[in-house]
Ligand binder design. Structure first.
Ligand SMILES: O=P(O)(O)OC[C@H]1O[C@H](O)[C@H](O)[C@@H](O)[C@@H]1O
Length: 299
């Protein structure tokens, strides 16, 4: 991995810099007057994002995360694509698709007139991806680092047959104390409770977490807020292109069974995921594209 070449091609001195990160993977540090962020080219994954003047990062990034070819990095914003959850065809392919554990390409970098950094990462199909998923595609992740963190995941169908996908920004938010955390914006929505055999239920009031939670909310509005009383902050999530959302916290037992989490990490993380999941399937016609976007703001 030639870091010098990455910097020569795409670095912007003092604003967007490439360096060798954990596991020798190419990382990008974006720093400007509005925020700092850390991005892994491997997996196309934002690992950290902290707005200027804020004490805490928005993201949870596991201290025990793997930084290894073929493995997913636990924390930040893993990209689940072209399927969310287990293999929809039951062929034993990996959960959450195949792009969160492979190297991506750097497509473009820029600094806008208002001082935001913009980084575009991408993937296109190869014979190897077509052996996993038989479609021609161009995938782009546009990351904007400013007062908000902006993410756009753009899927272009470059083949000659329609295809369908599910997908997610599987975002691990850091929280001060899960016991003092709630999520609003899902009141009255129905959800699939994966912890209770996939039963469909109705959310009453804000979502609070005091046990394992793994839910797909349906027909959601495009604004959710994480209320983090311990850190005295709210994180506002706005999105476009999504009609479903996932809330996940492993709680104590599963956290202790996951080799890439510390036993008590469940107290410090909450996944609030902007998704196209369950019935929220997206079909893309040949030559067309679909944009899933999310913006995260700390208030
Ligand atoms: O550990 P991972 O493969 O990253 O998955 C972590 C979790 O992701 C999603 O939120 C799913 O709904 C969960 O069922 C899954 O356990």
């Amino acid at each position: 991995m030639n870091i010098e070449q990455f910097n020569a091609d795409h670095g912007i001195v003092g604003q967007i810099e490439f360096f060798e990160g954990q596991g020798g993977l190419p990382f990008i540090r974006a720093s400007n007057a509005k925020a700092n962020a850390l991005i892994s080219v491997y997996a196309g994954q934002v690992l950290a994002y902290r707005p200027a003047g804020k004490a805490d990062d928005l993201m949870f990034l596991s201290e025990k995360a793997y930084y290894q070819a073929g493995k997913a990095i636990k924390g930040g914003v893993p990209i689940c694509w072209p399927w969310f959850g287990s293999d929809p065809e039951g062929k034993g392919r990996p959960a959450h698709g195949f792009v969160r554990n492979r190297m991506w390409d750097v497509i473009d970098t820029a600094v806008s007139v208002n001082g935001e950094a913009r980084i575009v990462l991408g993937l296109t199909d190869t014979p190897e991806t077509r052996s996993i998923w038989p479609h021609a595609f161009v995938l782009r992740l546009e990351i904007t680092i400013g007062e908000t963190l902006g993410l756009a995941l753009i899927t272009r169908n470059s083949g000659d047959q329609p295809f369908s996908i599910t997908q997610a920004f599987h975002t691990y938010f850091g929280v001060g104390d899960i016991h003092q955390t709630s999520v609003s914006g899902l009141e009255g929505k129905s959800y699939i409770d994966k912890v209770d055999g996939g039963q469909q239920k109705i959310q009453s009031g804000a979502v609070t977490i005091n046990t394992e939670v793994d839910r797909i909310y349906l027909d959601v509005a495009n604004e959710l807020v994480i209320h983090d009383a311990a850190r005295k902050r709210n994180v506002r999530i706005t999105s476009q292109g999504s009609r479903s959302a996932v809330i996940w916290n492993p709680w104590a037992k599963i956290a202790s069974e996951m080799a890439d989490l510390q036993d008590d990490d469940y107290l410090r993380l909450l996944c609030v995921e902007t998704t196209n999941a369950a019935s929220d399937v997206v079909t893309i016609q040949p030559g067309s594209e679909f944009r899933l976007t999310a913006q995260y703001r700390s208030e």
